[in-house]
Design a protein around this ligand. Structure first.
Ligand code: ADP
Ligand code: MG
Length: 640
C-alpha cells in the first residue's frame, strides 16, 4: 500500500475548488455574493469570452484593509461567522470562507480593495494559489476583483469548459438569479465590452423581471403574498398562458438565496394543475422567508439545496399561496396585452418583441382567447359526481351480450325468500316513494331486452325488478363490483388503466418497506393507472388514479394495494396477484349497501348488467342476482 501523505494546503484548495468552482458562472456567483454580503449598492460585472478569459466584479461595498485582503485568501477565513451558533442562523450568502482561496488556486486573481474610511487601497495578486505581497494602491471605496484564465493550471478541467456562448449562458443565469434577489442594488453586466444588462437601483420586482426577461412577461404576472405559520411568501407568478417546457424559470429564493427544492417544485406544479398543458412548467419568482433556525443551508457546497425543518408546511404554504391567488384571478388574456406569441414556449423570451398593427393585435388576441377557452374546456377535470357518470358511460362498453338463460339462475332453494319477508315489515320510505319505481325509457328497453321492467331500490341496498319470467333481486354492491371488475380487467388487456391526474394529490405516509415496494412495482402501479411519486423520504404523493375508480379513496386503496404487494408478491403467481388487486379495486370503488341511488343511477347500473359476463356472481363468488320465477312464487305460495 502506498505511503499516506498529508496533502499540501495548495492541493486541498484545488480539491475544494472542484466543489465550488465548476465554471466561470460559479466564480461569478461567489464574487457577487461576496459583494452583496459587503452591503454594496452598486455592482458592475465585466466578462470576456464567457468568463473563460476574464471575470471582473467591482463593487462599492465595505472593502477590505490590506491585512484582511491577505487573510481573505487563506482557507476558512471568513468575516461572516465566528462561532457554531452563527452557523445555525446564517444571514449572509457566504460563510464557509473557501470561495476566494478555491478560486485563486485555479486562476490568476487580482484584487484591489479599500474600506471607505481608509486613506488608500491595497492590492493583492495571486496566481495558481501563489500570493504576492499586498501592496498599496489607488482605489475608490469598495472592492474590484479580476479573475483571469480560469483553470489555466488544471488543463483537464479547462478542457471541460464549453463554448463562449454556453458559458455566457450560465453566467447570465447566475447574474439573473442574484439580480432578482437584490432589487435595491444597481447591477450591470457587459460581455466583451458590450452592455447586456443595466439594471437601475430600487426596481420593483416586475420592473426587474421586465429588464431581465421581457415586458410581455412582466405584464402578465400575478402577485402572490402569504404569511402563515412562520413562513412568509411573496413574489410574482406568471399567468398560465406563459409557461415553459422546463422548470428553468422557476426562481425560488429562500431568505435571499436562490434554491432548488423538490418539494417546492412539486408545489408549483400542483398550484398550476389543470391550468397548464401536460409537460408545461409554470414561471414563478417566489421569495420565501423562514426563520434561519428552521433551515439548514449547509448541506451542499454551492448552497443551492437546503434542508427544511418542516418541508410539508413549506409545500402546503407555497401551494396554497399560488393556487388561491390563481383561482381568484381572472386569467383570461388581458385585452391590452401586447404582442402575445402563439408558441407560449417563446413567450416572454429574451428575443425582441414583434411589432403588430392594432388590427393584427386584436385578431391575435381573439385567437388567443379562443385557444384559452378551448384549452380550459379540455383540461379542467370533469366532475364525476353527476349521476350518469357514477357507473361510467355504458356506450363505451362492448355491446350487450345475450341475457342469461334462466336455467343458469341459482336454485330458489338456496336463496330463501325469508330475507325478503323481513324487509316487508319495514318498508323503506325510499322504496315506498313513487319516484323510486320508474319505467325505463325506450332505449333501455331496446338495448336490454326482456328482463328490464320497472324497478325499485329497497333499503338502499337491493334493486328489485320484474322480468319476463318473474322477478330479479339484485345486490347493488355485488353487481357494481362485478361490472367494475370486468371493465378493469378488459381495460387492462388493452393497456394500462386510464388514469386521471388528481388536482391536489393525496400524500400518504409509508414505511421504508412500502417505499421499496413502490420502487420495485412502479411499472405495475402505472399499469393499474396509479401514479405515485416519492414525496420526501417517508411519504408518497398519489398523482394519478384510475378513472374507473373515481369513487374510491386514493389513500385507502393505495395503502391496501401496498399491503397486497408486500404480503403476497413473490408467494403467488403474477396472474393471481393481479386478479386479487383488481378484485380489491373493484370492491373499494363500488357503491355500497346503504348508498341511496337515484333513478338515473339505478338505470345506469342495471343497464350495464348484461355488459359483464356471468354477472350473477360478484368476484368473491357471491351471487349478484336472485331470480324468482313466477312458478317459484307459485310454489312458495302453495298455489301448485
Ligand atoms: P465567505 O464569503 O464564505 O466568508 P470568501 O472566501 O468568499 O468566504 O471570502 C472571504 C472573506 O473575504 C469574506 O468573509 C469577506 O470578509 C471578505 N470579502 C470577500 N469579498 C469581499 C468584497 N467584495 N467586499 C468586502 N469583503 C470581501
Ligand atoms: Mg463568499
Amino acid at each position: 500500500m502506498a505511503k499516506i501523505n498529508v496533502l499540501s494546503q495548495h492541493l486541498v484548495n484545488k480539491i475544494a475548488a472542484g466543489e465550488v468552482v465548476e465554471r466561470p458562472a460559479s466564480v461569478l456567483k461567489e464574487l457577487l455574493e461576496n459583494s452583496l454580503d459587503a452591503h454594496s449598492t452598486q455592482i458592475n460585472v465585466e466578462i470576456e469570452e464567457g468568463g473563460k478569459k476574464m471575470i471582473r466584479v467591482s463593487d462599492n461595498g465595505s472593502g477590505m484593509t490590506g491585512e484582511d485582503l491577505a487573510l481573505a485568501f487563506t482557507p476558512h477565513a471568513t468575516s461572516k461567522i465566528s462561532s457554531e451558533d452563527d452557523l445555525h442562523a446564517i444571514s449572509t450568502l457566504g460563510f464557509r470562507g473557501e470561495a476566494l482561496p478555491s478560486i485563486a488556486s485555479v486562476s490568476q486573481v487580482e484584487v484591489i480593495s479599500r474600506p471607505a474610511d481608509a486613506i488608500e487601497g491595497s492590492k493583492l495578486e495571486i496566481s495558481g494559489g501563489q500570493a504576492q505581497p499586498v501592496v498599496p494602491a489607488a482605489a475608490s471605496p469598495g472592492t474590484n476583483i479580476t479573475v483571469r484564465n480560469l483553470f489555466f493550471n488544471t488543463p483537464a478541467r479547462r478542457k471541460f469548459l464549453r463554448t463562449t456562448n454556453t458559458e455566457m449562458g450560465h453566467v447570465t443565469e447566475q447574474f439573473t438569479r442574484i439580480a432578482l434577489a437584490s432589487l435595491p442594488t444597481q447591477f450591470s453586466l457587459t460581455h466583451n465590452g458590450r452592455t447586456m444588462y443595466d439594471l437601475p437601483a430600487q426596481q420593483s420586482l416586475p420592473e426587474r423581471i421586465s429588464s431581465l426577461f421581457s415586458t410581455e412577461l412582466a405584464e402578465n404576472l400575478v402577485s402572490v403574498k402569504r404569511h402563515d405559520r412562520d413562513i412568509k411568501i411573496s413574489g410574482q407568478v406568471a399567468r398560465p398562458v406563459f409557461s415553459r417546457a422546463n422548470a428553468q424559470w422557476q426562481y425560488v429564493f429562500l431568505n435571499g438565496r436562490y434554491i432548488r427544492d423538490r418539494f417546492i417544485g412539486h408545489a408549483l406544479r400542483e398550484a398550476y394543475r389543470g391550468m397548464l398543458e401536460i409537460n408545461r412548467q409554470p414561471i414563478v419568482f417566489l421569495f420565501l422567508e423562514i426563520d434561519p433556525h428552521s433551515v439548514d443551508v449547509n448541506v451542499h457546497p454551492t448552497k443551492m439545496e437546503v434542508r427544511f425543518a418542516n418541508s410539508n408546511a413549506v409545500h402546503s404554504q407555497v401551494l396554497a399561496a399560488i393556487r388561491d391567488r390563481l383561482l381568484s384571478t381572472d386569467l383570461s388574456v388581458p385585452l391590452d396585452s401586447k404582442t402575445l406569441k402563439e408558441d407560449t414556449s417563446s413567450v416572454g423570451g429574451r428575443e425582441p418583441a414583434t411589432n403588430l398593427s392594432p388590427e393584427e393585435q386584436s385578431q391575435h388576441q381573439q385567437r388567443v382567447r379562443q385557444a384559452m377557452a378551448d384549452f380550459f374546456k379540455k383540461s379542467i377535470p370533469q366532475n364525476h359526481s353527476t349521476p350518469p357518470e357514477r357507473f361510467s358511460s355504458p356506450s363505451s362498453a362492448p355491446s350487450a351480450s345475450a341475457p342469461q338463460p334462466s336455467s343458469s339462475a341459482p336454485s330458489i332453494k338456496n336463496h330463501p325468500v325469508d330475507s325478503l319477508s323481513s324487509h316487508r315489515d319495514h318498508p323503506s320510505p325510499a322504496a315506498a316513494a313513487p319516484t323510486s319505481s320508474i319505467e325505463p325509457d325506450q332505449t333501455d328497453r331496446n338495448s336490454n331486452g326482456r328482463d328490464f321492467g320497472p324497478f325499485l331500490q329497497i333499503h338502499d341496498s337491493y334493486l328489485v325488478m320484474q322480468n319476463k319470467d318473474g322477478l330479479l333481486i339484485i345486490d347493488q354492491h355485488a353487481l357494481h363490483e362485478r361490472i367494475l371488475y370486468e371493465k378493469l380487467n378488459q381495460q387492462l388487456q388493452n393497456g394500462p388503466l386510464e388514469s386521471q391526474r388528481s388536482l391536489i394529490p393525496e400524500v400518504i405516509d409509508v414505511t421504508p418497506a412500502q417505499m421499496a415496494v413502490i420502487e420495485n412495482e412502479s411499472a405495475t402501479l402505472a399499469e393499474l393507472g396509479i401514479l405515485v411519486e416519492p414525496f420526501g423520504p417517508r411519504s408518497i404523493a398519489v398523482q394519478g388514479f384510475p378513472v374507473l375508480l373515481d369513487k374510491a379513496s386514493p389513500t385507502a386503496l393505495v395503502s391496501d394495494l401496498l399491503d397486497v404487494f408486500t404480503t403476497r408478491a413473490g408467494s403467488v403467481s403474477r396472474e393471481e396477484l393481479m386478479h386479487h388487486v383488481l378484485d380489491m379495486m373493484a370492491c373499494k370503488a363500488a357503491v355500497k349497501a346503504g348508498d341511496h341511488l337515484n333513478e338515473t343511477e339505478i338505470k345506469a347500473l342495471v343497464s350495464q348488467r348484461h355488459l359483464v359476463e356471468r354477472s350473477d356472481n360478484c368476484p368473491h363468488g357471491r351471487p349478484t342476482t336472485i331470480r324468482l320465477s313466477l312458478s317459484d312464487l307459485e310454489k312458495q305460495f302453495k298455489r301448485t
